[in-house]
Design a protein around this ligand. Structure first.
Ligand SMILES: Cc1cc2nc3c(=O)[nH]c(=O)nc-3n(C[C@H](O)[C@H](O)[C@H](O)COP(=O)(O)O)c2cc1C
Length: 332
């Protein structure tokens, strides 16, 4: 049974990865309904939070139904990170997660995200200060290292644990790799096999089939899997992994009716939460996967991703349901 601080997160929990403009309250709710054990917000800038920037503050919205939920923050300046811990605490999350893995230039160039992998002492001292500044469990999400020649993740994870980090999620790529190549889970397994490690070690990167999740558990011996891209437009992934763990077989994929219903709810919840314009815009990236596998779908997809008003998108859903109601989706 894995525990993050005092929070029991079950046996081999499946965690929804923090994803910018994806892991928002509507999507987190859908993933939670489909079996995600822990969900994280997208990363939130500590500098944005202390400036009270509306966009950053809105990202703090969390709901009872999604617990346990972690709010992820990033930054490299101690004072800003500590102040943002206070701001984050006020929204009542269960976990505070620190992003030490974002590879994007504008984040890294300020020494934040994966940029901190060049200064492990700072990474450890920031974590320690944040742990001391809150009663909430602090977790870390990071990558294997800055580049292939500087991978010291076993030592780094141990040092983070020693200053009070309560769980670590490791994306099996370096910053230099960005998203290229395959994620390497062997170094994550080495972190787990370090006899001094006692906090949960969650694996991340390329888990896109139930078999891979099982491999992460059984072959690599990790404590849970953090799932990102495989869930975009496919919140059923969590349920499918759990079904596979239980039965060794794949469950039937969601029907067309279920997909349209989920897409509708997703869009409606997004509009309710962030307004018509952003709601329509930011839900677009999910439609490809909601309807993946349907032949000659381009015309319908184009309607969904180019319409600026929700009425046209809802109408496109209705059309799709009418035309493809009996379409048989393939399992893996
Ligand atoms: C669209 C997108 C946005 C992301 N935003 C974040 C983020 O805000 N914070 C973070 O720690 N990682 C972020 N990531 C990285 C993911 O959390 C995850 O580490 C990565 O996608 C690898 O996992 P996967 O192969 O399961 O997708 C993002 C990834 C994607 C695809």
């Amino acid at each position: 049974m894995a525990k993050i601080g005092d929070i029991d997160v079950g046996d081999f929990p499946l965690l929804l990865a923090p994803m910018e403009d994806v892991s928002d309250p509507p999507f987190r709710a859908l993933c939670k309904e489909q079996g995600a054990d822990v969900v994280y917000t997208e990363f939130i800038s500590s500098e944005g939070l202390i400036r009270d920037a509306a966009k950053s503050v809105m990202k703090l919205d969390i709901y009872e139904k999604e617990r346990p939920v972690g709010i992820q923050i990033f930054g490299a300046i101690l004072e800003s990170m500590l102040r943002s811990v206070e701001i984050v605490e006020a929204s009542g999350p269960d976990i505070i997660d620190i992003n030490f893995g974002c590879p994007v230039k504008k984040v890294v160039s300020k020494g934040a995200g994966a940029g901190i992998l060049k200064d492990i002492d700072l990474m450890v001292s920031l974590t320690e200060a944040m742990v001391k500044h809150t009663k909430l469990p602090v977790t870390v999400k990071t990558r294997l290292g800055w580049d292939h020649d500087s991978i010291r993740i076993v030592e780094v994870a141990e040092r983070l644990q020693d200053v009070g980090c309560k769980a670590i999620s490791i994306h099996g790529r370096t910053r230099a790799q960005l998203y290229k190549g395959d994620a390497d889970w062997a170094p994550i397994s080495e972190v787990k096999n370090n006899s001094r490690m006692h906090i949960p070690v969650f694996g991340n990167g390329d888990v896109d089939t139930p078999e891979k999740a099982m491999e992460m558990r059984d072959k690599y011996g990790l404590d849970g899997a953090m799932i990102g891209r495989a869930s975009i437009g496919y919140p059923w992934f969590f349920k499918e992994v759990k079904h596979y763990f239980k039965t060794g077989t794949h469950c039937a994929p969601p029907t067309m009716t279920e997909r349209v219903e989920a897409a509708r709810r997703h869009l409606q919840m997004s509009i309710d939460w962030k307004g018509e314009k952003l709601g329509v815009f930011e839900t677009r990236r999910h439609y490809t996967n909601y309807f993946k596998g349907i032949p000659n779908f381009k015309e319908h997809r184009m309607k969904m991703v180019t319409s600026d008003d929700s009425g046209s998108v809802f109408a496109a859903f209705d059309e799709v349901l009418e035309k493809f109601e009996d379409f048989q989706f393939a399992a893996y």
